[in-house]
Ligand binder design. Sequence first.
Ligand SMILES: Cc1ncc(COP(=O)(O)O)c(C=O)c1O
Length: 486
Amino acid sequence: MRLDHTRTPYADAVRAYGDRSLVRMNTPGHQVQLQAHSDLADFFGHDILARDVQPFVDGIDYGTYPTPLDESLELAADAWGARKTWFLTNGASKGNLMACLATRNLGTKIVVQRSVHSSVIDGLGLTGFDAEFVYPSVDKELGIANGVTPAALELAIQCSGSPVAAYVVTPSYFGAVADVSALADVAHSHGIPLIVDEAWGAHFGFHPELPANAIRLGADIVISSTHKLAGSLTQSAMLHLGHGEFSDVLEPLLDRAFKSLQSTSASALLTASLDIARKEIVTRGPESIPATLECMTALREGIASDGRFYDIAAHLMTFDDVIDIDPLRIALNTLSGGISGHEARSILFNDFGVHCEIATHSTLVLLVGAGATPDVERTLAALHALPLRADGAGIALELPPAGQRVSIVRDAYFAKTEVVSAAQAVGRVSADSVAAYPPGIPNLLPGERISAETIAFLQGTIAQPYGHVRGGASPDMTQFRVVAEP
Ligand SMILES: Cc1ncc(COP(=O)(O)O)c(C=O)c1O
């Protein structure tokens, strides 16, 4: 890295603003009036309110180039190896919308991994992209999707005709890392950029034992959910542009897409947290990440020595598309321990105060942010105290195959629709994106024919404790929104 990463220009400017004695006659309307807003003050404290600054303020993000915000963006680009970085205050979800909106200007077709996050599907719906889906490998036993192989991407690009970009997601929710370098080679050999949703890998590249990050591996656009494992506040994220041959074309398009999707009152608190998180991971990461890695090793050893649950990392590595595993996350097979992932997660939270990231029927995912060191003993004791169900772990839910594609996402999403019962929905075309959440990977897309298997999977998911399905016409999955028949 070529810049001084001990600096936090934007956060410093916001702090200095908050420290000034100002008569505030502007937004936000609380104006740090602690008496008038005593509940707000009680909850957030003086400093948060004082630093809650509107955009376009001289000496923060406005005025002569480079403003403190410009400097902080440049530092972030330097840290992740990007040509340019945008700070996002609406999560990686906004980054995915930005990437779709920007690249749609290059043409109508795109190759997209079928197991992308629902925000990418929203991007396809908003832009009207005609997507050719490339399918990840699926672990039928555990019901989870991994990544795509370079060969699968090659085939999808050939089938698509003339796509303008290839869109993949890595690492997966379960920590499986795909071969970004080889995927980038495939995309580039067809003269198109590779977009990587690296929401779960914002910490990659900051320690030799972590996988390298996608920008440094040759990706052209990378969406990074900094708040997930790299330490910024919830909802703050970044989009990075690589240095490759497409960057001259992509940069102005991304800039326009950013402006179209940006609130005119983007949060200074979230933005400052991105600046500070970058400083911390670059300057303290070399010392703090080894402590996190030690914690993960202790957790893995404790789990292995008890023998009840097993870490699926080695199993994931048997798939062709998986070349590495994020060491900061442990995905456990809970079925081997006689309890469903959903129930394990629920009991760990309610009875033991251990809040795990996600569960599926068969798995439980524990993750630790870069630099954090949670209580390993307490976690292991809670895991091993989980009840053993006499009936095993209940009914296994098999991930349904994607339905037959009938139209592009947008045509179904904005079509004339009707709501029908689950029984009537079989064979009809979905108008909704419906996803078991987490992980939020749509099981049903707008424009896909609804199968009985998919309905059974979605209904089975919500029947589990903690099971939740997002995006359907009714929360209990008894009704579905379908494209009206002529
Ligand atoms: C792969 C992936 N991409 C994007 C997102 C959206 O991220 P955010 O919550 O920061 O908007 C998620 C959220 O879980 C995700 O799993």
